[in-house]
Design a protein around this ligand. Structure first.
Ligand SMILES: *Cc1c(COP(=O)(O)O)cnc(C)c1O
Length: 232
């Protein structure tokens, strides 16, 4: 059973904190999208969040994300699923068919797999490049010095629309410095794709820092949902 009252209280509290952090950084809170990460949580929680006004949901694993996507889209217009997890090449096309955006494009083989993507309608799929801030690409992310080349590859792929960059701050890192690097890399990517202005950065424990460095899309889980059930 989802404690809806507690959920809505946490959501309201995070919304207020996001707005405060935006104002402290002289930014408009309206320019920041909070994606609520619902991975491993039941559909009941997704529905309660939708009723409370949430439209952007984050999931990180296929096929759980596929089942969630169908329900999220059935909730109504404007409900979107953002795929934020590490992506295997052989699942990329499946995820690309149901996700509204993929934030974790980090290598050429994913771009190639998605180049033959077939989706309903004619719109390209929104994607962001996941950056590796510490060079440990086993946790996902393109090395910073390869980001612009990968951006050029995405830009040359008609099935994809490059929206920006995504990153997770390394464990124990100075988050302001880490997110400043994301912002600088975003500026370099925008020299090749000027409207790729999404900066997907900031989670439950570091979203204030991410906002101070220009994040446009926060990916917040536990601070809103409460503790996650263990992975299925
Ligand atoms: C799970 C997850 C989040 C949310 O993490 P919280 O600490 O619960 O806010 C954000 N980004 C990615 C890539 C995730 O996998």
């Amino acid at each position: 059973m989802v404690d809806r009252q507690a959920l809505v209280e946490r959501l309201d509290s995070i919304r207020a904190q996001v707005a405060d952090a935006a104002r402290a950084a002289s930014r408009d809170p309206e320019d920041i999208t909070t994606i609520v990460v619902t991975k491993y949580h039941p559909l009941e929680l997704v529905e309660a969040l939708f009723e409370a006004g949430v439209r952007d949901f984050g999931e990180n694993r296929h096929p759980e994300s596929r089942d969630k996507a169908a329900h999220i889209h059935a909730l109504g217009d404007g409900a979107r699923l953002h795929f934020i997890g590490q992506l295997q090449r052989n699942k990329a096309r499946q995820v690309g068919r149901y996700a509204d955006a993929i934030h974790s494009i980090d290598r050429s083989e994913l771009v190639q797999a998605l180049a033959t993507l077939e989706r309903e309608g004619t719109e390209p799929l929104d994607v962001a490049l996941q950056l590796s801030l510490d060079g440990d690409t086993s946790r996902g992310g393109v090395p910073l010095d390869q980001a612009v080349a990968l951006a050029e590859e995405v830009a040359a792929t008609p099935t994809l629309r490059l929206r920006g960059v995504m990153a997770v701050a390394p464990i124990g890192a100075d988050t302001d410095a880490a997110f400043a690097t994301v912002r600088e890399t975003s500026e370099r990517v925008r020299t090749v794709v000027p409207d790729a202005d999404w900066i997907s950065a900031g989670m439950s424990h570091d979203f204030r820092s991410a906002i101070s460095q220009g994040a446009t899309h926060l990916r917040i889980g536990t601070a809103i949902t409460g503790n996650r059930p263990t992975a299925p």
